[in-house]
Design a protein around this ligand. Structure first.
Ligand code: KG4
Ligand code: ZN
Length: 341
């Protein structure tokens, strides 16, 4: 079911990006296509020196930035709060303090403007980014989410619900990329840093394990890959590591891409699906997009991968998911709570 909100203000603060967006629903205004009128992301740079996200630092930075980000989202969309019909906000999963900043702001805005609140699951948001990419997309389809916190495969049915087919048994794909990049002395976030280092590398020089588990399993595992890089690095001295860096980065990235691709394609085949959606920060990865593009072209599978800015955390995807999520009226929304999982 699609709820007919015309203009939604969406807020996303589940991790280290402070995000706000305005999303319009064409069902109500008849202008054709669900679309983001604005999508403002402020990426917190405070975490770079720690090599990972520090929850307390993230909450404080959201608090400082959110007002400005919301104002920018309204102004870039060319609307004011008078035009907004509901407020959408990520309520789970994520860093609890970070989520609470967004949820409190959303409750305040909803109360002040007399608007309903739409609580959104972050993972449903990642999948919903695909609805903004392909206005004709409707379930059923297979969705793979690969981000810094999650790696999972779902079948998405007519009511837009996510039904779990498989998930990582240890690290998320993005986490594996971030940890590998850190071991190689590259920057954070590791995915883009590894890609940059890998660009001139030979992925065939160093082979890394691709964990595929049992034949029929749709679960993932990335911890062996990480350990394998650790052992490789122990065999090399500092000068050798520097010389081999592009090849190590390329081999490591290729192993993550291959593990993800094979499982996604296996799910499509097993479920007899005709459409594959891939989302989450790791779906911004160019080699992954290429690999899946070629395989889906060959098999005649429709592949929908949002543009890189809609793959990494953003609020437009939360607004898109809100189109299919029931609104909560006043005063019920005052009881809504954030959940870390
Ligand atoms: O979805 P996201 O922005 O945040 C979470 O919900 O976790 O995903 C962040 C993850 C990080 O691990 C980051 O290294 C990875 O996505 N990532 C990439 C790329 N851009 C971000 N991984 C590979 N290639 C990229 N271009
Ligand atoms: Zn995310």
């Amino acid at each position: 079911m699609r709820y007919k909100s015309t203009v939604i203000l969406a807020i996303e603060t589940s991790c280290d990006d402070t995000c706000a967006a305005v999303v319009a629903d064409s069902v109500a205004d008849g202008s054709g296509g669900r679309r983001a009128l604005s999508n403002v992301v402020h990426t917190q740079t405070e975490h770079a020196r720690y090599g990972g996200v520090v929850p307390e630092v993230a909450s404080r930075a959201h608090l400082e930035r959110l007002d400005g980000v919301v104002e920018a989202a309204l102004s870039e969309a060319g609307v004011t709060l008078d035009d907004i019909e509901s407020i959408a906000v990520t309520v789970r999963p994520g860093l609890i303090g970070a989520l609470l900043v967004g949820l409190s702001a959303a409750k305040g805005l909803a109360y002040a403007r007399g608007l309903p609140l739409i609580p959104v699951d972050h993972l449903e948001g990642h999948v919903a980014a695909a609805y903004l990419t392909d206005p004709d997309l409707e379930p059923p389809f297979i969705a793979g989410i690969a981000s810094g916190g999650h790696t999972a495969l779902y079948s998405v049915d007519g009511d837009h619900g996510l039904h779990l087919l498989g998930k990582t048994l240890d690290d998320a794909a993005g986490e594996a990329l971030d940890k590998g990049a850190r071991m190689l002395g590259l920057g954070f976030p590791g995915g883009p840093a590894l890609s940059k280092a890998a660009a001139s590398g030979d992925p065939g020089r160093y082979e890394f394990p691709i964990a595929l588990m049992q034949k029929d399993s749709l679960d993932f595992s990335f911890s062996g890959l990480k350990t394998s890089l650790l052992y490789r690095l122990k065999e090399l001295d500092e000068v050798q590591v520097r010389e081999a860096l592009p090849d190590l980065a390329a081999g490591y990235e290729a192993a993550v891409v291959e593990a993800l691709s094979r499982k996604l394609l296996r799910a499509v085949e097993r479920e007899g699906a005709s459409t594959l959606v891939v989302a989450g920060g790791v779906a911004a990865n160019a080699p992954l997009r290429r690999r899946l593009g070629e395989a889906c072209h060959a098999s005649g599978t429709r592949l929908v991968i949002p543009s890189p800015d809609l793959c990494t955390d953003n609020a437009a995807m939360i607004g898109a998911a809100a189109l299919y999520t029931p609104r909560v009226p006043y005063p019920e929304y005052l009881d809504l709570n954030a959940r870390s999982i």
